[in-house]
Design a protein around this ligand. Sequence first.
Ligand code: SER
Length: 320
Amino acid sequence: MKKILVIGSAGQIGSELTLSLRDIYGGENVIAGVRKTKPSEKLTETGPCEVVDALDMDGLVSVVKKYNIDGIINMAAILSGTGEKNPMLAWDVNMNGLINVLEVAREYKMKQVLVPSSIAVFGPTTPVDDTPQETILKPTTIYGVTKVAGELLGDYYVKRYGLDVRGLRYPGIISHETLPGGGTTDYAVAIYYEAIKNKKYTCFVNADTRLPMMYMPDCLKATIDLMQADFSKLKHHCDFNVGAMSFSVAEMAESIKKFIPEFEISYEPDFRQEIADSWPNSVDDSAAREEWGWKPDYDLDAMTEDMLKAIEEKHKKGLI
Ligand code: SER
């Protein structure tokens, strides 16, 4: 790919992925597509930035033509928590936005489209431990419904049109650069911010809630490794399980206490408990390991140390 458009560049993953891709492909060659959220200076200073709303086909086409885009990464999505508050919006952004991206990619004969999926494709009837690659996909959230449909739609474009579409099922993503928004796994980021700011956190899911999680450096590595994998070696396309860590909230709190002994945690579960309970504890990612060499680097304590250090820095500078 020579010119990549990242839609959703101001989001939790998009903001860091865009910068990593600019390091690899050159700043001018990675266009940051933003919609409502103001992009950071890092984003505006290191390469082109354009307003892109995947729901506005004309606007999307004009950016594609302006830069001769030959690859799109579609990071724009309404996540599980916000989706339950506004199912129509989730459907619109996650489905209509996606089909616009796929259509424009087909029409302009792009080299690749990357569309992330999520552990939200699984549901209460899916096996919870080491969830297999091929398994029951009966999610109970609108976000999960759109992600299952998105995987199928991407695979359809591969088969029907020969378009190179790829995707991976992200677990909860933990990072300190840009806050996540509207997801069920957001507690796993908030806990670190509150540990630094207030030495305590009230969690919206209970102590033994256990979900698959991943630290941002591994998320960037997984995404870029999948993008760069040899297409002819892929047996799967849009639905790779990718695992890294799996821990309960209580285990996270213990990990934080190793660095901040006075840290206290309490629990007030809300509607997101039911969502978390419908997702797996851990996933079997052997297909990703075999087909494109996936291997994570971080474990819980290594991530905790890194997160607390980075957030402490922000706190000292008065940024949070
Ligand atoms: N982080 C997402 C959410 O919680 C899962 O992909 O909605």
